[in-house]
Write a protein that binds this ligand. Structure first.
Ligand SMILES: *Cc1c(COP(=O)(O)O)cnc(C)c1O
Length: 372
């Protein structure tokens, strides 16, 4: 055996990542950029991503206090916003100590801030807060008729920074004709009207499709990683560059006879004599187990179908009887082959019936991440 067998590897292009942030700035030239790096930067490695964007991003958005603290421990100094806010009154000293901004969406958070004022009134620092407004998604946020009350209560909190910002989130921004985003925009604008805080509504789909939603801050997540927010379009159509390539190697190439099954359950049966390639990547690396036979991968830049069940540590593909593929040859699950061929993640996600967000965030620590 001459070739080196590579274990499951996510190769992340930091220059593509920076290109995508520049592209966001072109699309939203008047807005500051809160780079969304929750869930380990969508599986791309949060610390490397945060460092790579340090000069370009105006701040970072995360979903958990632990994610914010990891960024601070790493030396990140830019603003960090907790997109779902803090979960407990015990978190407040950490927010103050580490200068972490928070969304406020519920009464319990407001009460925590109000009680912290009385118990911590020696603290001279102020917490920067964003009122999360439910403009129509009906997942998280203050109801429209409560925004004024919440705003006034926050203004009275001694430990709250007097510049109170506003955020909301679209639920159907990729449906350009459904009329719902217009309604959310109007609700958001009306709720913020007459208040002088900064505003933020657009995530990736708002950045791409709703320029009128860009306001003071945009919050790009998936497009930073060079992935379209829907499977119906490729990110490259918007001038974005794919950031991650997921690859592994063939660890076996086996002659296989017609009418013989492959893998658990024996559900896939070859109609002809062929060669089966076995790849060292499986659902234990985060590739979905439930993929239809025929889902493509690239072997040496050529599309071949997955056949049989995805196992924890291996995947089998039908290389075809004439294949010259050998042990150690490169297999791409999404991204770019050394031959230059590309397998877009959006196409893979569509074939599998998931969204690309799931594919990248579900990669497990067993996958080695390399930066290029
Ligand atoms: C995750 C998230 C984003 C980023 O969404 P994308 O679709 O990945 O751009 C923006 N805002 C909030 C509140 C989020 O939770």
């Amino acid at each position: 055996m001459t070739k080196v067998v590579k274990t499951a590897t996510a190769t992340v292009s930091l220059s593509a990542l920076r290109h995508n942030l520049q592209r966001v700035k072109q699309l939203a030239p008047q807005s500051k950029v809160l780079a969304i790096v929750k869930a380990n930067a969508y599986g791309h490695g949060v610390l490397a991503v945060a460092d790579a964007l340090a000069e370009l991003a105006d701040g970072y958005g995360v979903a958990r206090l632990s994610e914010a603290l990891a960024l601070r421990a790493h030396g990140i100094r830019k603003p960090i916003l907790l997109l779902e806010g803090f979960f407990s009154v015990a978190d407040l000293p950490l927010l103050l100590e580490h200068d972490i901004e928070t969304v406020i969406h519920s009464d319990y958070q407001l009460e925590a801030l109000e009680s912290a004022v009385t118990t911590n009134n020696k603290l001279d620092k102020k917490i920067k807060v964003w009122v999360k407004i439910d403009s129509g998604m009906h997942r998280l946020g203050v109801n429209l008729d409560q925004v004024d009350t919440v705003y006034q209560r926050l203004q009275r909190c001694a430990n709250v920074d007097p510049q109170i910002n506003f955020a909301s989130h679209f639920s159907r921004a990729e449906e350009l004709k459904c009329g719902y985003s217009e309604k959310q925009l109007a609700n958001f604008e009306q709720a913020c009207d007459g208040k002088n805080g900064e505003r933020s509504l657009a995530a990736s789909n708002g950045i791409l499709y709703w320029p009128e939603s860009h306001f003071d801050w945009v919050r790009p997540g998936i497009i930073l990683y060079g992935i379209s927010p829907t499977n119906e379009h490729l990110a490259t159509e918007y001038g974005l560059k794919p950031v991650m390539t997921l690859s592994a190697s063939l660890i076996a190439v086996r002659d296989h006879q017609a009418n013989e099954p492959v893998g658990y359950g024996g559900n896939w049966i070859s109609g002809k004599d062929t060669k089966i390639g076995v790849i060292a990547l499986g659902y234990g690396d985060g590739y979905p187990r439930d993929v239809p036979s025929g889902t493509p991968v690239l072997v040496n830049g050529k599309r071949v179908p997955i056949v049989g069940k995805v196992s924890m540590d291996m995947i089998t593909v039908d290389l075809g009887a004439d294949s010259c593929a050998e042990v150690g040859d490169e297999v791409i699950f999404w991204g770019k082959s050394i031959t230059g061929e590309v397998l877009p993640i959006e196409e893979v996600a569509k074939q599998i019936g998931v969204i690309s967000y799931e594919l990248v965030t579900k990669l497990t620590p067993r996958v080695i991440t390399e930066y290029s």
